[in-house]
Ligand binder design. Structure first.
Ligand code: PLP
Length: 389
């Protein structure tokens, strides 16, 4: 059995890498430790690289299409990891999940229609409805026993009159795993109110054992009938730059409507590397993923231990899936602008500002990305400690 090395530092600067090379434009300086954008500073798996290089041996990069082997790899992964046995016609290639959500918004809603999200949430969930002149409705999550929870009284009130609910399952930030009961409750309410649910499951494969991912469409007949599910190997295998995702719809009518729209837009053709990379990842990725999740779990434990021992005033929501933790600095009583400035200009770390996940309510919070070699994580935490203690 091959042992993968996730401690290896990889120089990513100078590769047009958003996480490192966009620091000057996003934070005003390039000398920061980037713990923001949700990709990992680990080597992408060797079997994915080999597949891409093999394809490059052929001298023509003309128009392509998804092969049967690609679809079999996707279907095999969905069956094994999510317990969904799908037919190929229930799947559609998508060049990225943010794009997929945008296509769904444009297909299923009109300007002015109400779209629900639960905050704090991945910023494009807020920006897509706003940018397409839909009416954004936010239902704030509660924190219960250190984890995010849906406030169902608020949710039920707010979802009234909405056309769509965009859900991060697991939730970004903080990788909250939604259990089957929670998802069933959402499905029951949304079906009763005629709301379509978009279940963005991009972080599903990164669910950290003993937590278990539950794919939304599997929890009830209502969930299967009213949902669009997005999945991708991009976070799982650190290949987000390949732009390779998949959409799954169980319901015939909804599928015909949305897939017809996708075909009108001409996104089915995909691209050569998206198919080759995803096929290799799904067909050969089990061992790599198991080892990587072990490493991430240890990074979560490292963060938890560091906070308890050295920064006990920071309140954290730790990930149950993925590598994104939510840190609340309220107890330090530092004004938002000053804290943001000190993190960048004194600690020299780039975190995601909480306000971008849902506005002023989250101005004492920042999201930190733990998907990096442990030495880098500890360096980042020590830098943060240095400006607080
Ligand atoms: C919940 C969620 N959805 C979608 C994305 C991005 O997906 P894509 O790169 O396929 O557009 C991210 C990336 O951080 C995410 O966290």
């Amino acid at each position: 059995m091959k042992k993968y090395d996730f401690d290896e530092p990889i120089e990513r600067r100078g590769t047009d890498c958003f996480k490192w090379d966009a620091l000057p434009s996003m934070y005003g300086r390039g000398d920061l430790l980037p713990m923001w954008v949700a990709d990992m500073d680990f080597r992408s798996p060797d079997f994915v690289m080999d597949a891409l290089m093999r394809r490059c041996q052929h001298p023509v990069l003309g128009y392509t299409m998804p092969s049967e082997d690609y679809w079999n790899a996707v279907k095999g992964w969905m069956s094994k990891h999510y317990g969904i046995n799908v037919t190929q016609e229930q799947l559609h290639f998508i060049p990225g999940i943010v794009a997929g959500i945008a296509y769904a918004l444009l297909c299923l809603t009109q300007p002015g229609d109400k779209v629900l999200v639960t905050t704090p949430v991945y910023p494009p969930f807020l920006n897509l409805p706003k940018g397409s002149e839909r009416t954004l409705v936010c239902s704030p999550l509660k924190i219960e026993e250190g984890r995010f929870a849906i406030d169902f009284d608020d949710f039920e009130r707010k979802v009234d009159g909405c056309k769509l609910f965009i859900m991060s399952n697991p939730h970004n930030p903080a990788g909250t795993v939604w259990g089957a009961d929670v998802l069933r409750h959402i499905a029951e309410i949304c079906q009763r109110k005629g709301v379509v649910v978009i279940s963005d499951e991009i972080h599903a494969d990164l669910t950290l054992p003993p937590h278990r991912h539950v794919s939304y469409s599997t929890v009830s007949e209502a969930a299967a009938q009213n949902s669009i599910t997005f999945l991708a190997p991009s976070k799982t295998f650190n290949i987000a730059g390949l732009g390779s995702s998949v959409c799954y719809i169980a319901d015939d009518r909804l599928r015909k409507r949305f897939f017809g729209w996708l075909d009108t837009l001409g996104v089915a053709g995909g691209n050569i590397f998206a198919f080759a990379g995803a096929e290799a990842a799904y067909a050969q990725g089990e061992e790599w993923l198991t080892q990587m999740l072990d490493y991430l779990k240890e990074n979560v434990r490292t963060l938890d231990g560091f906070l308890k021992e050295r920064l006990p005033k920071v309140k954290a929501v730790l990930p149950e899936a993925s590598y994104l933790a939510w840190l609340d600095f309220s107890a330090y009583g530092i004004a938002h602008k000053e804290l943001a400035d000190r993190l960048v200009n004194e600690a020299k770390v780039a975190l995601n500002d909480g306000t971008t996940f849902g506005g002023k309510a989250y101005e004492n919070c920042f999201r930190i990305n733990l998907g990096c070699p442990r030495a880098m994580l500890i360096d980042g935490l020590e830098r943060i400690e240095g400006i607080l203690n």
